[in-house]
Design a protein around this ligand. Structure first.
Ligand SMILES: Nc1ncnc2c1ncn2[C@@H]1O[C@H](COP(=O)(O)OP(=O)(O)OP(=O)(O)O)[C@@H](O)[C@H]1O
Ligand SMILES: [Mg+2]
Length: 371
């Protein structure tokens, strides 16, 4: 091969091939089957206890699947221990050494591997540049802010040049402002290093803003995998529709389906909407219609109905309006158009409607708030 040929970039993909993980009779992860692409920022999103950490431990080699295989870079990882895998893991609670200097913390995994002092120092300095904290190598970890510690933990995980970085809710200990700031930082670091990031969170805002793709999990089952906008706009199950973002759910009976549109008879009226997840219904089937608060529009003629205004919450740019129609409580959000945007007062009747394309009919199933 000629010397000038470019070095081919490593295969940093992860394949979960029908992975199930059981503890006794309890199934913590049920038949996870998906591929995470090389260089992707991929998130697993789901409520507490749905099996996220269990799955991550299995990718990192701290446990083995009960059934199925984990392949990293197309290689079967069966029997390959955590130290032998091209992965690094950042835990929910980062374990930095508080009395060691920042540089020694970052270089610690290299010291364990027998890398010489000069090389370690150089690598630590390069990584500090990358996380935008140049020159702080001699500070003690105890002297850093929460966000700085977070970045140092990422630098330390990247010190050994993993192909895959596994992050288990790494921002959960930070306050809201810092968490939001760190989203942008994490995404920037990921794009710079080109390492595959597998990120675990129960915070949908984090998952949607940072990720190329998201897997939504509930009770060990991966309900849907897709780009953030697909997950939000094209949910395939009632759990995904209700867990990701706010949603109104109306129960009803399918009257008729024509390709990907159907009419649903609800106590509030008969409404037309898109059929989610390529399902087929027969007349008389029970189903749920999901319509997001921002899709309920006052005065709209399509899918029109009457509701009574219960209360309003002013939140700067948005007005959150709560209304009741029959025995259904609805959430409506309206962009605040200044004083002219007032929708009325408690007890007023409102005419509302929504476009059929902006609502989704899904099979009756688990609603996230009831989980
Ligand atoms: N070693 C174990 N033995 C028995 N059950 C376990 C074990 N580890 C996890 N579980 C169970 O598996 C389920 C999934 O746990 P896991 O820690 O993966 O959840 P999680 O999604 O990471 O939740 P959180 O967001 O709270 O961290 C839980 O019901 C938990 O009790
Ligand atoms: Mg966890």
């Amino acid at each position: 091969m000629p010397e000038t040929s470019p070095v081919s970039s490593p295969d940093r993909s992860v394949l979960l091939d029908h992975v199930s993980i059981r503890f006794g009779n309890f199934t913590a992860v049920d038949n996870a089957n998906l591929k995470i692409n090389s260089g992707e920022f991929f998130s697993f999103l789901g409520p507490s206890g749905c099996g996220k950490t269990t799955l991550l431990r299995c990718i990192s080699g701290f446990s083995e699947p009960t059934e199925g295989r984990v392949l990293i870079g197309a290689k079967d990882m069966k029997g390959v221990g955590p130290n032998k895998r091209p992965t690094a893991l950042i835990f929910q609670h980062l374990a930095l050494f508080p009395l060691m200097s920042v540089a020694d913390n970052i270089a610690f995994p290299l010291e364990v591997r027998g890398v010489g002092k000069k090389m370690r120092r150089k690598r630590a300095e390069d990584l500090l540049d990358m996380i935008a904290l140049p020159g702080i190598g001699d500070k003690k970890v105890s002297e850093l802010s929460g966000g700085q510690k977070q970045r140092v933990a990422i630098a330390r995980a990247l010190a050994v040049e993993p192909d895959i970085l596994l992050l288990d809710e790494p921002l959960s200990a930070l306050d809201l402002k810092l968490r939001q700031h760190m989203r942008t930082e994490l995404r920037a670091i990921q794009q710079q290093v080109g390492v595959t990031f597998i990120y675990i969170t129960h915070d949908q805002g984090e998952a949607l803003t940072m990720s190329d793709r998201v897997a939504v999990m509930s009770k060990g089952v991966i309900e849907q995998v897709g780009a953030p906008d697909q997950i939000y706009n094209r949910p395939r199950s009632s759990f995904v529709a209700s867990f990701v973002g706010e949603n109104n759910a109306l129960k009803g009976i399918v009257k008729v389906q024509s390709e990907d549109m159907a009419a649903l008879e609800t106590p509030m009226g008969t409404f037309e909407a898109r059929v989610g997840g390529g399902r087929k219904y027969k007349p008389g089937d029970e189903a749920l219609l999901f319509v997001r608060p921002e899709q309920l529009v006052p005065g709209k003629a399509e899918n029109a109905f009457q509701a009574t205004l219960s209360r309003q919450e002013f939140e700067g740019a948005t007005n959150h309006v709560f209304a009741r129609a029959g025995d259904t409580d609805l959430r409506i959000s309206m962009v605040n158009g200044g004083l002219a945007g007032s929708v009325g007062s408690t007890g007023d009747t409102m005419s509302l409607g929504f476009a059929p394309m902006n609502a989704t009919i899904l099979p009756v199933g688990q609603i996230a708030s009831e989980a």
